[in-house]
Design a protein around this ligand. Structure first.
Ligand SMILES: *Cc1c(COP(=O)(O)O)cnc(C)c1O
Length: 404
């Protein structure tokens, strides 16, 4: 079992108060908090070996390069990628998806079909719409059910020899649904289509194995896994990364530059133009080490307990409706109070020191499906407690009384 009191001591921010009340942080699906072990790595970088990487002969540059490449190996091992150069550092999930969408521009033609799901974050919709505009390809949508699950029968019917790419999230950030990605990947491969999985919401809870999944691309952000903002990764199978055009041109990504012709560097540098977030990359590795030391099985088990407890307690409130009721979900509870705008509830909860997200959660199509303007979303991490859930439940009851 998790030693929750010990774990909470790792997160300095959990000691602060908000509006005179102890902070209850339930916005983990937007970004996670940072443990002291990761903060220390960031301070150490800027205090002791801040330098640009891959070019300097001097000691600091070599130390920074070694630590940065060590982080790439930590990420490779974490996701079980076959090769380190299949891990591309990016600024996050959004950047990773744009990189693939642009890299595919020369591989997609008019009449090709791309498949997205109704459960996606805007960052896994818009870059593909841009790709379709550029190429004349068509975007097809896997519909969702009332429970917030993907309609897998409809998916099977959408697939054809015209399908070139399928992109779905591993876990929905708005509802918490865990999608059957292994089935999605296997079925797409029967038609020769490549699959990109948006793992931004899954990686805080699950340790994905990209080889076992046989996925073509897997993307995530460090800031939802106890790491800093502005850094993330793209895993891509070597054969795809080799075929894809580089996304951005600049330093670091070249082999030879002349005004007549430039040749590109090999993987992973071909996709890493410019000075990257060096400190962020190193801290990303430290964050994965921190979470692995606790153990993803333990994390998932404890979070499931929090989900069941929170769901049971919130359901007892009259007029409260939960959106996303799949049996396969992570510790995200999206809900509304009958006749009350989610924003008003969120504002009152903040007055009580409770941080939740309100709105469409960058997933407007899901809100349109339920015909609601948004939800109140409480998302739990492994450092949250049942006592905090009790505070949320009391807060929601109070907000309901004040607003109705
Ligand atoms: C957070 C999130 C994103 C976007 O991540 P960024 O770090 O903002 O690029 C994309 N998809 C899902 C499912 C998310 O939860």
């Amino acid at each position: 079992m998790l030693d929750i009191n010990k774990i909470r001591k790792d997160f300095p921010i959990l000691n602060r108060t908000v509006n005179g009340k102890p902070l209850v942080y339930f916005d983990n699906a937007a970004t996670s908090q940072t443990p002291q072990q990761v903060i220390d790595v960031i301070v150490d970088y800027y205090s002791n070996y801040n330098a640009n990487i891959h070019r300097g002969v001097h000691t600091l540059s070599q130390e920074a390069t070694d630590k940065y490449e060590d982080a790439r190996h930590i990420i490779q091992q974490h996701f079980n990628a076959e090769k380190a150069h299949e891990i591309i550092f990016t600024s996050g999930t959004t950047h990773s998806i744009n990189l693939v969408a642009n890299g595919f521009a020369s591989l997609i033609k008019k009449g090709d079909e791309l498949i997205v799901s109704a459960l996606e974050h805007h960052s896994n919709i818009v870059p593909w719409q841009m790709l379709c505009e550029k190429t004349g390809a068509t975007l097809k949508v896997i519909p969702m059910t009332l429970e917030g699950e993907l309609d897998m029968e409809a998916y099977a019917n959408l697939l054809s020899n015209k399908t070139k790419l399928v992109f779905v999230n591993h876990i929905s950030n708005a509802l918490g649904t865990i999608n059957p990605i292994k089935t999605i990947i296997d079925q797409a491969h029967k038609f020769g289509a490549a699959v990109l999985i948006d793992g931004a919401q899954a990686c805080p809870h699950i340790k994905p194995d990209v080889q076992a999944l046989n996925v073509d691309f897997y993307v995530t952000s460090a800031h939802k896994i106890c790491g800093p903002t502005g850094v993330g990764m793209l895993y891509g199978k070597e054969e795809w990364l080799t075929k894809m055009q580089p996304y951005q041109g600049g330093g670091e990504m070249i082999d030879q530059v002349t005004f007549e012709k430039t040749t590109y560097a090999g993987l992973p540098h071909k996709f890493e133009a410019g000075t990257p977030n060096i400190c962020g990359g190193i801290a990303f590795g430290a964050a994965l080490n921190y979470m692995n030391a606790i153990g993803f099985d333990k994390i998932a088990g404890y979070e499931h307990e929090l989900l069941e407890y929170g769901t049971k307690k919130l359901k007892e409130i009259e007029g409260l409706k939960i959106y996303g009721t799949s049996k396969n979900k992570t510790s995200v509870i999206s809900f509304n109070l009958e006749g009350i705008h989610p924003y008003d509830v969120g504002t009152l909860l903040d007055k009580m020191g409770i941080a939740v997200r309100t709105g469409h959660h960058c997933a407007q199509p899901i809100m349109d499906f339920y015909k609601i303007p948004g939800t109140i979303r409480a998302s739990f991490a492994f450092y949250n407690s049942k006592t905090e859930i009790d505070a949320l439940v009391a807060g929601v009851k109070k907000a309901k009384m004040m607003l109705s």
